[in-house]
Design a protein around this ligand. Structure first.
Ligand SMILES: C[S@@+](CC[C@H](N)C(=O)[O-])C[C@H]1O[C@@H](n2cnc3c(N)ncnc32)[C@H](O)[C@@H]1O
Length: 311
């Protein structure tokens, strides 16, 4: 896929109807020869829309008006490029706990959670947040995660978590202002509710930090899994991570995780972790597939805002 096609796809599939500013911007970049030439000078993994837009926002640049974005990015390219090369897309969305919860709550309790690709670890607190699935409320903490649910009865209670650990190539620290400002810049411009959610979830993590280990989800998973306490169900999980992992390593990870004791929950795009016989997604836009131990269960939206059960 060319860089222009990637920006056009991002506009049509990922942000259409969810972030009008990024939809406009992404469409404009897909036809902007100056910006495309600069992006094509970067390694392929560094050309992503979320990374470019996040960096420009982090530098205080305009993202509402494509012409102003073009001028700012061209004028400040050395700074933009330096930050693109330094940083990665590590959006940490606590809202994704709302789509994990039905599976977590149904497993034998208590749970030992191990998240690969954990970023700052905000998805490691599904027991501390509360949830609203339509009229159905679960839990009592903050933030409250809203999720449109179809095809299943939401759980009655949050899971019991006795251990939480995360593995990431570059763990972020919610007590470090630079890391938090980057997590904030990665949130799409109109999403004030997600900014409030980031602050609330970061306060939960800061009060009781998880065990976050710098490492690779293949090379370093067995050693971390071995630290899980006996007497709890080990749950290895990941959401929106494997698209960043090369295919051969993804396959190695799947072989490895299947051999571990306990359970494995994946919430990834269908082209990243393909399954046979998936039904059509319940609407337009990008959907992830939620799966338990390799068995697909539900379509989910990217930030945990909806889940449609089909199993
Ligand atoms: C888009 S973020 C998602 C974070 C979190 N799972 C969530 O849903 O909020 C993807 C994370 O995966 C991490 N990651 C990518 N490749 C990895 C690998 N091979 N091993 C460990 N972590 C990895 C990145 O550093 C990043 O923090």
């Amino acid at each position: 896929m060319t860089t222009a096609e990637a920006y056009d796809r991002f506009a049509n599939r990922e942000v259409r109807g969810i972030s009008p500013a990024y939809e406009r911007l992404s469409r404009a970049v897909s036809c902007d020869d100056d910006l495309l030439a600069l992006l094509d000078g970067l390694p392929p993994a560094k050309r992503q829309p979320n990374l470019l837009f996040g960096v420009v926002r982090w530098l205080g640049g305009p993202v509402e008006d494509p012409a102003a974005f073009h001028d700012f990015t061209l004028a400040n390219w050395p700074a933009v490029e330096a930050q693109i090369r330094k940083r990665a897309t590590q959006t940490n969305e606590a809202g994704r706990c709302a789509v994990l919860l039905p599976v977590l709550a149904a497993l034998p309790q208590p749970l030992a959670l191990l998240e690969v690709g954990a970023s700052a670890g905000l998805c490691l607190y599904p027991d501390r947040y509360s949830y609203r699935y339509g009229e159905h409320r679960v839990g009592s903490g903050e933030p409250v995660l809203e999720c449109a649910a179809a095809g299943f009865a939401p759980p009655e209670r949050v899971p019991e978590v006795v251990w939480r650990a995360g593995l990431d190539l570059n763990p972020l620290d919610v007590t470090d202002p630079d890391d938090v400002s980057w997590l904030d810049a990665l949130i799409w411009p109109e999403h004030a509710h997600r900014r409030a959610r980031l602050r609330a979830a970061a306060a939960v993590a800061a009060a009781d930090p998880p065990l976050l280990v710098r490492g690779d989800l293949v090379d370093d998973l067995p050693a971390l899994a071995a630290r899980a306490p006996a007497g709890a169900t080990l749950v290895v999980f990941h959401t929106s991570v494997l698209y960043q992992v090369p295919l051969a390593r993804r396959e190695e990870f799947v072989r490895l995780v299947r051999d571990l004791p306990g359970h494995w929950i994946a919430n990834e795009a269908p082209e990243v972790l393909p399954y046979d016989g998936l039904p059509d997604p319940p609407g337009e836009g990008m959907h992830n597939v939620l799966a338990l131990d390799g068995r697909p269960l539900a379509w989910t939206r990217g930030h945990g805002q909806a889940i449609t059960w089909f199993a």
